[in-house]
Design a binder for this molecule. Structure first.
Ligand code: NAP
Ligand code: G4F
Length: 373
């Protein structure tokens, strides 16, 4: 029997990989999109027009649109990935973040109940390691207490608990994947990893002078998004509805990520100074085409990228997912992840046509001035 999946957040990093994964498994895939005045469907453009992939307008802040869509699609599985997913932006737009990331989850659950699908439709909720926030233990597992530390995390905590509540109150098959940071060539350009890999590529190719970052000491457990979407599916295929931590179990700092990314772009860095005075200075370049020289300061710290409260020590314990889902947390290593992201962005930056390049240079200037987070 062909299964039908509904994905909220289908245009995002994870939504695009999950769509590919489910289409490969023979699913009928439906995704929710929002109206926008610009083209934002780049990540799923290659899927549009294929027979088993369908897009519908709806919005996480619009209950009626969700009720109607769930009724029309009659999904066997819902993957609720839609969110205002940028932690720093959640300090600027906390109410919108709460509406979409917290109440949005409730709207999905109620859309399923309103359509009397609670006994047949399974729901995956995109929970997050940000729930651990100001961490109470390292590494973090399914039993670690939560201590959310941003408006984003507080909203996601509501999502986590309402999923658990509906599981217990109405016997629904709904679960949270508590996913640690996962990155890719499709990662949004203002998350720290992608900001770094794009800037390293632009700096190596002479299209940007400098990268401005915030807290270089922040520690993350970074995995590859393509590996993580498999877990979302595995969680819904598990015999019983349960929550799972999905992580690699390996931790690195933002500084380590930047050092390695610049190395793959042909630039060796050394770090000098502390806090706001810290700088990344070129010590060596590899390759004739690298457009910077020894002594150039290519990374600086800007307080614009500091957060009012920052989560600084995330490290996941994926033992349960390994044991019960048979998932391999290390199929892509940190080193492979950085390499593949830089290789992608080196090609992308080189291939950008003149018009796009003007936009990118403008964006780079915005990033340097700290306007774009
Ligand atoms: P992303 O690239 O930012 O994608 C977010 C998606 O949500 C986009 O498709 C976006 O649509 C959609 N969306 C936002 N507001 C919406 C609304 N009001 N109505 C309908 N759709 C809306 O995020 P991601 O990295 O793929 O992450 C997927 C999910 O996992 C998110 O819930 C995120 O919070 C969570 N998560 C991510 C990570 C990670 O490291 N990536 C880790 C843990 C949890 P537009 O394209 O129209 O903006
Ligand atoms: O890349 P980030 O913006 O990701 P963050 O805040 O960890 O959130 C991401 O992962 C969460 C899972 O833990 C998801 F739930 C969430 O949706 C999102 O996908 O920042 C990572 C770290 C932070 O500590 C930040 O302070 O990098 C630090 N950082 C340092 N300089 C920076 C920068 N972050 C950004 N975005 N930009 C900087 O210039």
């Amino acid at each position: 029997m062909t299964k039908t999946a509904l994905i909220t957040g289908v245009t995002g990093q994870d939504g695009s990989y999950l769509s590919e994964f489910l289409l490969d498994k023979g699913y009928e895939v439906h995704g929710i999109i929002r109206r926008s005045s610009v083209d934002y469907r780049e990540r799923i453009a290659h899927l549009e027009g294929t027979p088993h992939f369908h897009l519908h307008y709806a919005d996480m802040s619009d209950s009626m649109s969700l009720v109607k869509l769930v009724g029309k699609v009659q999904p066997d599985e819902i993957y609720n990935l839609a969110a205002q997913s940028h932690v720093q932006v959640s300090f600027d737009a906390p109410e919108f973040t709460a509406d979409v990331d917290a109440v949005g989850v409730l709207r999905i659950l109620e859309a399923v109940r309103t359509n009397h699908l609670e006994k047949t439709c399974k729901i995956y909720q995109a929970s997050t390691s940000e729930l651990y926030g100001k961490v109470e233990e390292v590494p973090q597992s399914e039993t670690t207490p939560f201590h959310p530390y941003s408006p984003y995390a507080v909203a996601k905590l509501y999502g986590y608990w309402i999923i658990k509540e509906y599981r217990e109150a109405y016997d629904m098959f709904c679960c949270s994947g508590i996913l640690f940071n996962h990155e890719s060539e499709r990662r949004g350009e203002t998350f720290v990893t992608r900001k770094i890999t794009l800037a390293a590529a632009r700096i190596a190719q002479g299209k940007q002078d400098r990268l401005y970052l915030g807290n270089l000491d922040s520690l993350r457990d970074w995995g590859y998004a393509k590996d993580y979407v498999e877990c979302m599916w595995l969680i819904l295929q598990h015999e019983t509805p349960e929550d799972f931590v999905i992580a690699t179990g390996v931790q690195h700092s933002v500084r380590e990520f930047a050092t390695l990314a610049f190395r793959h772009a042909g630039i060796e860095l050394r770090w000098e100074g502390e806090g706001i005075e810290e700088k990344g200075i070129v010590t060596n370049v590899q390759g004739d085409n690298v457009q910077c020289t020894k002594g150039d300061v290519v990374v600086r710290v800007s307080p614009d990228f500091y957060r009012p409260t920052d989560v600084v020590n995330l490290l996941g314990d994926p033992s349960k997912a390994k044991r019960e889902l048979g998932w391999n947390p290390q199929s892509t290593s940190f080193e492979q992840l950085v390499e593949l992201m830089v290789a992608h962005d080196m090609k992308k930056v080189a291939a950008d046509d003149a018009a796009a390049e003007i936009r990118k240079v403008n964006l780079a200037e915005f990033l340097e001035k700290g306007i774009d987070k």
